[in-house]
Design a binder for this molecule. Structure first.
Ligand code: MN
Ligand code: MN
Length: 465
């Protein structure tokens, strides 16, 4: 055996999918990604994604879970949690004694939330005060078009769904920044303070209600009058609201070769969508399969719609009891692909990455053995056995995969929902799609990787245990 042959036999290196895969993988990936782009454009918050996923589930034959009903192999159910988190389940022919298979992704993304009392006027401009949600580089969120999404509860407890800035004819909103001519002092600030939290103010209007030299706050009054006429609300109603601003950019193909997709909130819809599609396409699996779409990951998974809540445990407990088992018995035999994005190697910023353990766009679904920070703190760290199980499924079914770590040791780190599921005594590893400019208002992914994520979840659901 010459050196070249010996190297290809003994070395491991992940490769661009186009360099190694025969057939129509590019066409299939492009085809898979068109509806994903639509999904990305249409549903931007956990509530919107939850609603859209529910519609898609019903179309695919899922019914709302009823704990008093008996379910049989092939039955498909979903359970919604407070409009912000959704579980979908297809019952398998094998006993629940042998566990379930879970894929879990999150459907919240970094964004700009309104403060409870947000409206004010300064120098005849009306603005919203905000508090950002999740990890953002604040300066990236200025001078870009923003749309307003969310829900308001009126005095009489009636509800209003808000979505302003997405339609072509809608107005949009913006956070201002200083012109470079006057930005000399600002530009001496550290990048992390280039724009400070309290400077993330949203411009929402500039015309006074009428000409009256005596009165103040007439621009704010005009805005509230417009809102009152349209929605029958007053300033007090903002205290009963959840409103946020998200980038209003259109989702677009990126590159002359259209190989990538640019858009807001790939993290983690780029995993949630394939995990959702995988369960929607599943017919009569051997093992009971679950796709969990969780909220609140970007702020630590706390709360009743986050992955730390007992929502999934409760559902598994209900289906376990029906079969004379406990949730603990089912969970101890269960496995999970925790689906979240990883940071793709960026040739413009190579210093933060360790090349041999980075993920790269176009090399397939990333298996991340552990997330967390220095000294492996804050991660569930998948076992060798479970890594073996998942890699075997992917290899046997031509799911192209790679491994990745979130940057160099001791340089930063990150977390995801994996550990909260692992803590329930489940075998878990993190898998997902590599993203360029992660947590920015306009993230970029590769179409081939999105398709491989779908193939990964689907083959995992179908595989033997
Ligand atoms: Mn994520
Ligand atoms: Mn994130």
């Amino acid at each position: 055996m010459d050196t070249k042959e010996l190297k290809s036999k003994l070395f491991y290196e992940s490769k661009h999918i186009c360099n190694t895969t025969e057939g129509k993988v590019i066409e299939k990936a492009d085809e898979f990604c068109e509806p994903y782009k639509d999904f990305l454009q249409k549903a931007k918050t956990e509530r919107e994604i939850c609603d859209l996923a529910e519609i898609k589930a019903k179309e695919a034959g899922f019914t709302e879970f009823d704990k008093n009903k008996s379910y049989f192999p092939g039955d498909k159910v979903y359970l919604k949690n407070r409009g912000k988190s959704l579980m979908l389940c297809v019952f398998g022919s094998n006993s629940l004694e042998n566990g379930v298979k879970i894929s879990a992704a999150h459907i919240d993304s970094p964004r700009i939330d309104l403060k409870p009392s947000p409206i004010y006027e300064d120098s005849q401009i009306a603005l919203f005060k905000t508090h950002y949600y999740g990890g953002i580089k604040k300066y990236q969120w200025t001078t870009i078009p923003l749309s307003l999404h969310g829900k308001i509860i009126r005095e009489d407890l009636s509800e209003i769904d808000i979505n302003i800035g997405e339609d072509k004819d809608d107005p949009q909103f913006v956070i201002t920044d200083l012109l470079p001519h006057l930005g000399q002092e600002q530009m001496k600030r550290k990048l992390s303070e280039g724009i400070k939290g309290e400077e993330l103010n949203i411009v929402i209007g500039s015309r006074p209600l009428n000409v009256d030299e005596e009165e103040t706050e007439l621009v704010k009054l005009n805005i509230l009058k417009i809102l009152n006429e349209k929605y029958d609300i007053t300033e007090k109603d903002f205290l009963r609201a959840e409103l946020c601003l998200v980038p209003a950019f259109e989702v677009r193909d990126i590159g002359f070769d259209r190989s990538m997709i640019g858009g807001y909130g790939h993290d983690d819809r780029v995993c949630a969508y394939p995990a959702l599609e995988a369960i929607l396409h599943l017919e009569n699996p051997e093992y009971t399969c679950i796709t969990m779409l969780a909220d609140k990951e970007e702020i630590g998974s706390d709360g009743n719609t986050g992955m730390k809540s007992l929502f999934m445990y409760y559902f598994i407990d209900e289906i376990a009891k029906e079969n004379g088992l406990s949730a603990g018995e089912v969970l101890s035999k269960s496995t999970c692909l925790s689906a979240d994005v990883n940071s793709a190697f960026d040739p413009t910023f190579p210093d933060v990455m360790e090349k041999k353990n980075s993920s790269y766009i176009n090399r397939g679904i990333v298996i991340t053995k552990y997330t967390g920070g220095g000294g492996k703190s804050g991660t569930s760290d998948a076992s060798a056995e479970y890594m073996g199980y998942v890699i075997n499924i992917f290899d046997k079914n031509e799911v192209r995969w790679q491994t990745g770590e979130l940057g160099k040791v001791d340089l930063g780190g990150g977390g995801t929902v994996a550990k909260y599921i692992a803590n329930l005594n489940v075998d878990v590893v993190d898998v997902g799609v590599p993203v360029l400019s992660m947590h920015s208002p306009f993230e970029v992914v590769s179409k081939l990787d999105v398709y491989m994520a779908f193939r990964g979840f689907y083959e995992y659901f179908k595989a033997e245990k």
